[in-house]
Write a protein that binds this ligand. Structure first.
Ligand code: SF4
Length: 251
């Protein structure tokens, strides 16, 4: 663990424990005291302060397993350094019962300012791609690997991706789409745990180890297409495969 990472301190650990308690109810973890709300290890060492009321041990499983409660945890997350420069954490948006989910890299300037994913120029292109597939943007679900903007739109570091990935995986589990499109290298590398370039991965159906029932298609990120419009034809081939999986008429 890197020096200065929020998980170094007891409060950072408490936040992470809070997230795990929230999203993995059956996991054996230190639980807050019923009297004081403090979190203590088995030996009695205190590792965290009382939980917020909405995330306390008394939360109902229905509430604690929802996208809404996960979004609240993300909005307050300080697990990595990206929290210190963000305006808004960008949780993701769309149909919570979507059959099709898109996953990108992380928020850019427009997304950071608005708190919504894919709203800049790349987002406009993604919206057109979704339309070409026969869906409206609100029919699908759109999320990113990291929820906070990396300064200068740099690629998120491995430690930042590792801190944030449990949120995305929980989102995927809650939405449980039939198909997922991974947009660009960062999304593909993070979720597939394969260190191959997107140009080799794209266009080939794959799956996620944790979610074997979801059909997954890696393809280029819309931001790449803005710089390399010729690659749009390859992406359209990839998206047509996905349309076939979902019973949509292919062009
Ligand atoms: S990028 Fe993810 S892990 Fe890092 S602070 Fe934001 S929500 Fe938390």
């Amino acid at each position: 663990m890197k020096e200065g990472h929020p998980l170094d301190g007891p409060e950072g650990l408490a936040v992470y424990l809070r997230y795990l308690q929230e999203t993995v109810p059956d996991l054996a973890l230190p639980r807050p005291s019923a009297e004081t709300g403090e979190i203590r290890m088995a030996g009695g060492e205190r590792v965290g302060s009382p939980l917020s009321p909405s995330l306390s041990a008394g939360s109902s499983p229905g509430e604690s397993g929802s996208l809404e409660s996960l979004a609240k945890v993300v909005s307050e997350c300080r697990l990595c350094v990206l929290s210190s420069t963000r305006t808004f954490a960008v949780f993701g948006e769309g149909n919570p019962d979507a059959r099709l989910m898109f996953v990108g890299e992380g928020p850019g300037a427009d997304e950071d300012a608005s708190g919504r994913p894919f709203v800049g120029r790349a987002g406009e292109l993604l919206t057109r791609m979704i339309g070409a597939m026969g869906y409206r943007r609100e029919d699908v679900y759109i999320a990113n690997v990291v929820k906070c903007r990396p300064p200068g739109n740099r690629v998120p570091e491995e430690s930042e991706r590792a801190s944030c990935l449990p949120y995305l995986k929980r989102q995927i589990g809650l939405i449980s789409p039939k198909a997922m499109v991974l947009l660009g290298q960062t999304a593909a590398v993070s979720l597939l745990s394969r260190n191959e370039g997107i140009s080799r991965l794209r266009g080939r159906e794959t799956s996620l180890p944790e979610f074997p029932g979801i059909r997954v298609m890696p393809t280029y990120h819309p931001a790449y297409l803005l710089r390399n419009p010729a690659a749009k034809a390859q992406v359209w081939e990839d998206l047509q495969q996905v349309m076939g999986w979902l019973g949509k008429e292919r062009g």
